[in-house]
Structure formats: structure tokens, C-alpha cells
Design a protein around this ligand. Structure first.
Ligand code: 3HC
Length: 693
């Protein structure tokens, strides 16, 4: 056997799964596990079997990369039937994680022991599917449907202790996992009669069913747009109404239908893209990160304060620096208020709040950055300001400190040139609010030291962020594409659409907010200032700002917000203003369907994404998708802009862009050469291979 090692402890066989890195249930592992069970079942010298694991996971679940391909025998349900039906007791010794199919293996066993640090869960819902190897049938039988259903609906794992309380495991092993599992196996072998999860009905009482139906009714409303949540309800209900075999068949049919759905494909694409994005091309595993024991953040505004909170939340001491006492006081008060809100909501204890605040040291003057291993500058977005700060930092920061700018647009080498150590300088672009948004664009200019890049990636992980390494270039990846969408939205207004129609196209697509509601929330003056500094104009957006309609904070923007309302109402004055701009530009306004609006908003973004790939600013199309998922709330089940474009067909997108370029005379809308080439070859972005990893 290639992936399972068999050994013996007395009369108990130990089948150790060893398929690095996480024992995903690939065809090979399934084959070997089934063979191990059969071999032990037929061996007169063996009374019981323990399934254990080498490495950091018991089993991370089905092998997600096999989904959507023709099934390879034996399929997982067959392996589980062999385990549950085995005449000798089979016990799972769970260490690390038992997720998805991994927990389903454990459920089919006759006993389960978990290591104290283990995590157990059925996260299939996050991949757009439901458990497909008995999870929806066996978990309710073991712990009751009313407890099993929420676990599967959230997909969140439980701790070993939590699992013990639920009755999901028989014991928690503080130190000797294998010894306890062997002891349980021996006890079961002596007891006669095996506890088979599939045979149990005791937890599926009328009261439990009633509680489950209550939860299902709630989920039916709150998750009505999630086909897999609806399928989950149906499958769990079958646990109450049908015998095991029938319930398993129903579950399998639902699972197989969901697995080929575009939504699940998109979520799986993102799962792998996120992991791929963390791999930095051209830097080998031998390059180690520098040690980060303390940090400094320059600028205690919303962004700097949020970044400081990221460090404090991860337990890393951070000095927050401002130029004046009043500003640092304001910054610290803002941070305290955010933590207090979390305490009030119950997501943070008072003790933790105090600990986190104590990790943030307020200071006035750059001198306070002297002891930091990393300094992140989050000052005013102006090159002169940044250069001055980095020039001063050069004299203050300790040798080997990583110097990062949080700029969202500016040229990193120009900032680095203000120091005599450009090898230590890179961009770390957090997204607002920095303590919430998971994306971190790590901007890698040519000339930065490899270990500085690796340090930023490792730190991002420690801060709970999703790092994506990108190249240097105006707006990097995310904001550069966003600019295209912003321009497209303005163009649509002038051509005939209204703000609420444009926003509705994006919310209908799955975004939480459209561009105009978003601009009103963030403040229209921000974009105005940026445009002015770059000598750019946008007729409607500029006119709105000239009228002082900066958005929610002024009570009106693209929409009206009477009495502090959070949701905007249509504003006839804005609509008249837009019509006037159209007239001034000699445009005959026309109506647009929601599909047309959507295409006009997203196609230019995809086009820019293609240019970004051509220029090597992003390494892989998946990197762009991850950036849009975690930085701009792209709806996960749509897989990101490049994945979406592949689904639409690049030939269709190229043709639409060419038509728009001809209509507007805007060369930026001409299909990018890469897009043209792929479209002509009938390929998608997914066909592109990553640059040498
Ligand atoms: N299938 C295939 N590959 C997997 C995998 C899986 N289930 N789980 C992890 N991997 C791969 C990752 O892609 C990564 O590969 P790479 O090194 O080539 O990039 C490698 O294993 C390590 O993964 P991580 O980088 O994520 O390692 P971490 O230690 O950070 O996390 C983990 C480990 C918690 C197991 C995390 O990988 C995870 O959450 N995995 C997915 C778990 C899951 O969703 N399981 C359910 C699958 S669906 C299922 O079981 C259906 C069933 O009901 C029939």
C-alpha cells in the first residue's frame, strides 16, 4: 500500500494514513484504506482496527481537485460502508483536522477519540456543496439533527472539547491519542455488539425533529438563494424519514447535482487560487522571513489605526505614531471605540479588549519607530509626504527593519529612493477597514530583497490576512481595475442609465453594494481629490462634488440620505444634473438593460486584468480573482472577475469591448492583446500557466 501503513499493537491493527500534506481522500488513499480494512477484517490475529494519521491532519476531506472529473473507484461511500459494516471495531484517532469526508470517515467508525487540539467539521457548504459521504445522515444520528444541521449549515468546525460535549467523539486525549484509541478499540472488541452510527435512531426524537424544522424554516428564509443550503435541509430531513440506505442515496444525488453547478466550481477555483496566490514566483523555500517581534505604524488615521489593530489582534506589540498629541489621542480613541463596540456585541471579552489595547503604544514623532522590526507608513497619500517620511526613517529605523508603505497607488521605487536601503522597502496595501478586510496586496518592486517579500507574506498570514504578491505599477492590481469600473459607471450615467440602475445591476450580480452607493459611503470627495491631483476629470462625479454632495456624511451624494438614513433614495436633482451633462456632451440618452449595464461595468475590468497579466503585475489570473474576493467583496460564488470572464467566454467579451471602443472612441476599451489572443484561440484565462513558481 502506498498511502496507508499497517502496524500492530497487541491484537489491534493500526492503519496510519500518510498522504501529505493533509491526507485528502484521493483515489489512492481511498483504495489503500479500503484494502487495509479488508485485510484486517480477514486477519484472525487482529481483533480491532485504529485509523490514525501521520502529519498535521487526520483527513482534510475529499480530494477537491478530483471534483468534476469522472469518479475513480472505490468511491468514498463504498469505503465507509466497509468501515461501518466491518465485524471488528474500527476506531478513529483524530489529530489536527477531520474535515468533510475526513469527519465522514470518523462517523462511519465505531468509536472516535480526538486529540485535545483537534478540529472537526463538515465545511462542504463553503464549497457550494453538501456532505456527500453520509455526513448528513450519520451526524444527525450521532448528535441529533438539531445540533448537526447548524454545524453543516455554517461549515465551521468544532473543537475536540466541543465535539465531546456534542457526543461527536467518545473521548478527548490530552497526550496519548494513539494509546487511548487502541484502548477504546480493545474495549469495543470485548464488549460484543458494535455501536454503528448508521443504525442509531435514539437521537432522532420528535423533539429533535421539531427543533430541526424550526432551524430549517429560518434557514429557508435567510439562505433561500443558496441551493446547497436548501439541499442540506432536504438531506437532513431524510435522516428522520428514511432508512439509512435511502437517506444516503438521496444525499448522494443532491451532492452530485451540486458538485457540477457553476457556483461550486467557482468556489473551488477560489479555494485553490487563494493557496496558489501565496506562492511567490522565483523565491525558493530556502529564503526565510526576517523575525518580526515588534512593529510601528505611521499615521493614526482610519487606515493606520486599523493596521495597528491587526498587529494587536495577532498579539504583536505595535507603536502607533503621529505628528501631534491631539492626533494620536484621536486615533487611540477611535481604536478603543471599535474594540468597545465588539465588547458590546459580545464578539470580544473586556479582558481581551484590554490586552489588545495595551499592545498598542501611542507615540509622537518618528523617533518611536527606532526599535521596530517593521515600519508601515499609512500617512497622507502624497508622494512628497511619503518621501520625507522614508528619508527620515532611513536615519531612524534599525538595520534590517522592513520598511513598508500602505500607499494604494503610488510608485514604490520612488518612495524607496528616499532611503539608502531600497532593498528593504516594499508596499503593503491594506484595504479599508484594515482590521476587517482580509486582502493584503504585497507590492514587490524590482530590487527589493527576497527575504523582505517573504517576511511580508509570512506576516500577512500571522495577521490573518490573505496575501497576494503583485508588481509595482499605478494602482497595483485591485485599484487599477476598480478605476476602469468607476470610469465605466460614469460613462453609463452619461449614456442614459441612472445611479440606481447601475447599482442594481451589481447588487443583482451579487455585490453587496453598487459603485454609487459605495462612493456615497466612502465619500465622493476622495475620488475628486485623486482626480484633481492627477489632472483628470469626470463630468458627473465632479459636478456632484462641486455641489458639495460628498455622500452619506453630507446627507446627499448620488442619493439622498434624509435624517442620517443609511440607504439612499433617488434624487431628482442628481438625475437632472446627469441629464444636463448628457445634453452638454451632445449625447442622446438611451435606456440599458441590467445585462448591458453589467457587461459595460465588468468587461473593462477584465480587459484591464488582461493587461495586468501581460505586464506581469499579477502572476496568475487566480491572483486577480483572490484580490477581488477579499479586497472588493466580489461574490464568492461568481469566482472572481477572470473566472467569471472565462464563464462568459472571452470571445464574447472581446467582441463587446471592441464594439464599445468603436462607439466611444476610447482606446482603453480596445481588447487587450492577451484577451484578443485567448479569444481567437477559443481559450480562457484558466489556460494560462503561472510564471515559473
Ligand atoms: N483536497 C485537495 N487538496 C487539499 C485539500 C482537499 N480537501 N485540503 C487541502 N488541500 C491542499 C491545499 O490545496 C494545499 O495544497 P498546496 O500546498 O499545493 O497549495 C495543501 O493541501 C495544504 O493546504 P493549506 O495550505 O490550506 O494548509 P493549512 O494547514 O493552512 O490548512 C486545512 C489545512 C485546514 C485542511 C485546509 O487546507 C482546508 O480547509 N482544506 C479544505 C477542507 C475542506 O473543505 N474539506 C471538505 C472537502 S469536500 C468533501 O470532503 C466532500 C465529502 O463530503 C464527500
Amino acid at each position: 500500500m502506498e498511502f496507508v501503513r499497517l502496524s500492530q499493537n497487541g491484537r489491534v491493527a493500526i492503519a496510519t494514513l500518510d498522504s501529505p500534506p493533509v491526507n485528502a481522500l484521493s483515489a489512492g488513499l481511498r483504495r489503500d484504506l479500503l484494502a487495509a480494512i479488508r485485510q484486517c477484517a480477514g486477519d484472525a490475529g487482529i481483533d480491532a482496527i485504529v485509523i490514525a494519521a501521520a502529519g498535521r491532519a487526520f483527513i482534510a476531506g475529499a480530494d477537491i481537485s478530483e471534483f468534476g472529473r469522472p469518479p475513480v473507484q472505490p468511491i468514498l461511500p463504498e469505503v465507509l460502508d466497509a468501515i461501518e459494516g466491518c465485524a471488528k471495531p474500527v476506531v478513529a484517532a483524530i489529530q489536527g483536522v477531520a474535515l468533510g469526508g475526513g469527519l465522514e470517515v470518523a462517523l462511519a467508525c465505531h468509536g472516535r477519540v480526538a486529540a485535545a487540539g483537534a478540529k472537526l467539521g463538515l465545511p462542504e457548504i463553503k464549497l457550494g456543496i453538501i456532505p456527500g459521504a453520509g455526513g448528513t445522515q450519520r451526524l444527525p444520528r450521532l448528535i441529533g439533527g438539531a445540533k448537526a444541521f447548524p454545524m453543516m449549515l455554517s461549515g465551521e468546525p468544532v473543537s475536540a472539547r466541543g465535539a465531546l460535549e456534542l457526543g461527536l467523539v467518545d473521548a478527548v486525549a490530552e497526550t496519548e491519542l494513539l494509546a487511548e484509541a487502541v484502548a477504546l478499540a480493545e474495549r469495543l472488541a470485548k464488549s460484543g455488539g458494535l455501536p454503528r452510527t448508521g443504525d442509531r435512531t435514539d437521537k432522532l426524537s420528535a423533539a429533535d425533529r421539531e427543533a430541526f424544522e424550526g432551524l430549517a424554516a429560518q434557514a429557508g428564509k435567510s439562505s433561500a438563494d443558496m441551493p446547497n443550503a436548501m439541499a442540506l435541509i432536504e438531506a437532513v430531513r431524510a435522516a428522520y424519514t428514511a432508512p439509512l440506505a435511502e437517506g444516503l442515496a438521496q444525499e448522494r444525488a443532491l451532492f452530485l447535482k451540486l458538485v457540477v453547478d457553476e457556483r461550486s466550481k467557482a468556489l473551488r477555483h477560489l479555494f485553490f487560487a487563494e493557496r496558489e496566490a501565496a506562492k511567490v514566483p522565483g523565491i525558493g523555500a530556502a529564503v526565510k522571513p526576517r523575525k518580526i517581534a515588534g512593529a510601528a505604524v505611521i499615521g493614526a488615521g482610519t487606515m493606520g489605526g486599523g493596521i495597528a489593530m491587526c498587529f494587536a489582534n495577532a498579539g504583536i506589540p505595535v507603536t502607533l505614531i503621529e505628528t501631534q498629541q491631539a492626533q494620536i489621542d484621536n486615533g487611540m480613541n477611535r481604536i478603543a471605540a471599535i474594540y468597545d463596540m465588539s465588547v458590546k456585541r459580545g464578539s470580544l471579552t473586556q479582558e481581551r479588549r484590554d490586552q489588545r489595547l495595551a499592545l498598542i503604544t501611542p507615540a509622537v514623532g518618528l523617533g518611536a519607530a527606532a526599535g521596530a522590526d517593521i515600519v508601515i507608513e499609512a500617512a497622507f497619500e502624497e508622494m512628497g509626504v511619503k518621501q520625507q517620511i522614508f528619508g527620515e526613517l532611513d536615519a531612524i529605523a534599525k538595520p534590517g527593519a522592513v520598511l513598508a508603505s500602505n500607499t494604494s497607488y503610488l510608485d514604490i521605487p520612488t518612495i524607496a529612493a528616499a532611503t539608502r536601503r531600497p532593498k528593504d522597502v516594499l508596499g503593503m496595501h491594506f484595504f479599508s477597514p484594515a482590521n476587517v478586510m482580509k486582502l493584503l496586496e504585497i507590492v514587490r518592486p524590482t530590487g527589493v530583497a527576497d527575504d523582505v517579500v517573504v517576511t511580508a507574506v509570512a506576516l500577512a498570514r500571522e495577521l490573518g490576512k490573505v496575501p497576494v504578491v503583485v508588481g509595482n505599477g499605478f494602482g497595483f492590481v485591485g485599484n487599477r481595475m476598480l478605476e476602469q469600473r468607476t470610469r465605466a459607471a460614469e460613462r453609463l450615467l452619461i449614456a442614459g442609465a441612472l445611479p440606481h440602475e447601475v447599482d442594481a445591476a451589481l447588487t443583482g450580480f451579487g455585490f453587496k453594494m453598487g459603485p454609487f452607493a459605495m462612493a456615497d459611503l466612502a465619500g465622493n470627495d476622495i475620488g475628486w481629490r485623486t482626480r484633481k491631483s492627477r489632472g483628470k476629470t469626470a463630468a458627473v462625479a465632479d459636478a456632484i462634488c462641486e455641489a458639495g454632495w460628498f455622500g452619506q456624511k453630507t446627507g446627499r451624494g448620488y442619493y439622498l440620505y434624509p435624517e442620517g438614513a443609511r440607504t439612499g433614495q433617488r434624487d431628482p436633482e442628481v438625475e437632472a444634473l446627469i441629464a444636463k451633462v448628457s445634453q452638454e456632451q451632445g449625447v442622446t440618452r438611451r435606456s440599458f438593460t441590467q445585462e448591458e449595464i453589467l457587461a459595460r461595468l465588468l468587461d473593462p475590468m477584465v480587459n484591464e486584468g488582461a493587461r495586468i497579466l501581460e505586464e506581469g503585475i499579477a502572476t496568475r489570473p487566480g491572483d486577480i480573482d483572490v484580490i477581488w474576493l477579499y479586497g472588493y467583496n466580489w461574490p464568492a460564488w461568481r469566482g472572481g472577475p477572470m473566472h467569471w470572464a472565462d464563464g462568459v467566454g472571452l470571445d464574447a467579451i472581446a467582441a463587446r469591448l471592441a464594439a464599445q471602443a468603436a462607439e466611444t472612441g476610447d482606446p482603453a476599451l480596445e481588447p487587450a492583446p492577451l484577451l484578443r489572443r485567448l479569444a481567437a484561440e477559443g481559450k480562457g484565462f484558466a489556460s494560462l500557466k503561472a510564471a515559473a513558481a
